[in-house]
Design a protein around this ligand. Structure first.
Ligand code: GLN
Length: 257
């Protein structure tokens, strides 16, 4: 009798443990996505104020495949990697160019897109297809305004900071290129930002045009927490398939129209 009770108790305990374990497993996994929604078509606000874009479609697809609930936070671009470094299940998805100093604080995924820096200026400012960075800065320095707008913490900002050294031009930092472009002709003579955002920003504006700069090609990656190489591996497999299936191109077309 005593033995039976013990066996029943033990069985009950095992069942309780199993139930707890499975409860633990069904708990929702969360992927915290940090972005800056002033960078169309990669991330921008739709007419309802919702963050949408290529990067958002990409992380939602990844979340769905890997069983994560995706939570999007719209923060300053230059605060993204700090957030990522604090949370094992965080990712920066913001058209982020791969850079050695960023690689020191976060883990880069495979490359999912490429870009180059563009300059947005009043229509007809430059002749020709491409503008030499030195010519762009010379134009800004010779203008009455003498300032050029950039987005804080971006590769465009670093490029311009370097180029204005020892010139009469100076860089003004904005939280994004959409806001910076509204100041063209008043506070800044031009704005430097990545290709597709530059095209999106100047597209429907008669008074603005954009040109590629003679700058190096940049590669966009998702930046993950340093302690989650396992997740990056899983994500890279999905990215590879997405690129092969033309999904990223599809998202880019969808958000550029
Ligand atoms: N690609 C640029 C960078 O990584 C700009 C990104 C952005 O402004 N969202 O710095």
């Amino acid at each position: 009798m005593k033995k039976t009770v013990t066996v029943i108790l033990a069985a009950a305990m095992i069942l309780a443990c199993l139930a707890l374990a499975s409860c633990g497993q069904t708990e929702e996994k969360v992927l915290n996505v940090y972005t800056n929604a002033g960078f169309p078509p990669y991330e921008y606000l739709d007419s309802n104020g919702k963050v949408v874009g290529v990067d958002i479609d990409v992380v939602n697809y990844i979340g769905e495949k890997l069983g994560y609930k995706v939570i999007i936070s719209d923060i300053d671009f230059d605060a993204i990697l700090n957030e990522v470094s604090k949370d094992k299940f965080a990712v920066g998805a913001a058209g982020m160019s791969k850079k050695p100093d960023r690689d020191e604080v976060a883990l880069a995924s495979d490359v999912y897109a490429t870009s180059v820096q563009y300059i947005i200026a009043p229509t007809g400012t430059f002749e020709g297809e491409q503008v030499a960075l030195a010519d762009a800065i010379a134009y800004v320095a010779a203008s009455g305004i003498k300032s050029i707008g950039v987005q804080a913490g971006t590769t465009g900002a670093y490029l311009v900071d370097d180029a204005v050294k020892d010139t009469e031009a100076k860089a003004i930092e904005y939280s994004n290129a959409i806001i910076a472009s509204q100041d063209i002709g008043t506070t800044v003579a031009a704005v430097v930002i990545d290709k597709l955002p530059a095209e999106a920003i100047s597209k429907d504006k008669d008074n603005l045009q954009c040109w590629p700069l003679d700058a190096e090609m940049e590669s966009y990656v998702l930046y993950f927490n340093k302690d989650n190489a396992e997740l990056v591996k899983q994500v890279n497999d999905i990215l590879k398939q997405m690129i092969k299936d033309g999904l990223i191109d599809q998202y880019t077309v969808k958000h550029s129209s």
